[in-house]
Design a protein around this ligand. Structure first.
Ligand code: PHE
Length: 321
């Protein structure tokens, strides 16, 4: 309507104004007054109509309503990206027959370190790296979800097949890839005759289900005191498909051109850890793995800075879940 009457060139009122010069000088003021009066009337009417509509949206009872208009959109809540990814990971392992076991965030230093074969003077035990609890010098905020391996092995007899999601804490200054509180998913399987190939097959099944069916895994030798042998696991970049896809690996913003993405730590449960937890390493063997949820979120959705996940800006969080 505004365009039709007040549009700068084609609007009816504008065209009338342009024609004022056709009036004799004596009639001009009256004609001008009439057209300007019309313009003011239309402007006021349009403004009033807009106000009525705004009143409608606000639900004023007296306001005129157009019941043919679509309803205004209601805000709908959704899962935070971290919770969403955690549940998707849980779903995949539930399908593989795992149980979910949740452990405490305040953990015995014994479970967090000692029983996991982390030596007395290991730097991870330092006050620089770990949150200790004042007045409870045997307790820490767990620095990983691995102590849940210990808890579960102490309380259950094999076969054991669990994942354990939850928060972990380290004294890191927040930056693009570090947060003093973060999330992990631990995995543990203990049974007779478990071999490294079982670990490989399990992680491959998980990664293909989570990231895509043509994902390839790369196992690199790694070191964790509680697994032997240990492996860091990379997946082929799902974005550039390690340079096989449309994007040249060198241009890929996800893998930064390497073609691979490091996603988890894993290994065969160290015989000493099995022994510490009352399981005979001569009879049983097992594998374990630990994966960072924030890291997976950043990789899968291209989140450039981990802190964004904790600022709770709905413009960001509303895009996921
Ligand atoms: N707990 C290790 C970490 O936080 C990950 C891990 C879990 C490695 C289980 C091996 C086996 O880095």
């Amino acid at each position: 309507m505004r365009e039709r009457y007040l549009g700068r060139k084609k609007g009816a009122v504008s065209q009338l104004l342009a024609r004022l010069k056709e009036f004799a000088p004596a009639d001009k003021p009256r004609a001008g007054q009439a057209v300007n009066g019309l313009k003011a009337f239309i402007e006021a009417s349009l403004a009033a109509a807009l106000e009525r509509r705004a009143g409608d949206a606000g639900g004023s009872a007296s306001a005129w309503r157009d019941h043919s208009l679509p309803p205004s959109e209601l805000p709908v809540g959704r899962l935070h990206l971290i919770a969403d990814i955690q549940r998707r990971i849980e779903d995949i392992f539930l399908q593989l027959g795992y149980e979910i076991a949740v452990g405490p965030e305040i953990e015995l230093e014994d479970y967090n370190f000692t029983k996991l074969n982390i030596p007395e003077h290991h730097p991870a035990r330092d006050e620089q790296d770990t949150f200790f609890l004042e007045g409870h010098d045997d307790r820490v905020l767990r620095t990983h979800t691995s102590p849940m391996q210990v808890r579960y092995m102490l309380e259950h007899k094999p076969p054991l097949k669990i994942i354990s999601p939850g928060k972990a804490f380290r004294k890191d200054d927040p930056d693009a890839t570090h947060s003093p509180c973060f999330h992990q998913v631990e995995g543990l399987l203990v049974e007779r005759g478990i071999r490294f190939s079982h670990l490989k097959g399990t992680l491959e099944a998980f990664c293909r289900s989570f990231f895509g069916p043509d994902i390839v895994l790369r196992f690199r030798p790694g070191y964790f005191p509680f697994t032997e042998p240990s492996a860091e696991v990379d997946i082929s970049c799902f974005m550039c498909r390690s340079g096989q896809g449309a994007i040249q690996a060198g241009d890929c913003r996800v893998c930064k051109g390497s073609g691979w993405l490091e996603i988890l730590g894993s290994g065969m449960v160290h015989p000493r850890v099995l022994g510490n937890c009352g399981i005979d390493p001569e009879v049983y063997s097992g594998f374990a793995f630990g994966l960072g949820i924030e890291r997976v979120a950043m990789i899968k959705y291209g989140v450039p800075d981990l802190r964004l996940l904790y600022e709770n800006d709905l413009r960001l969080l509303g895009q996921f879940g």
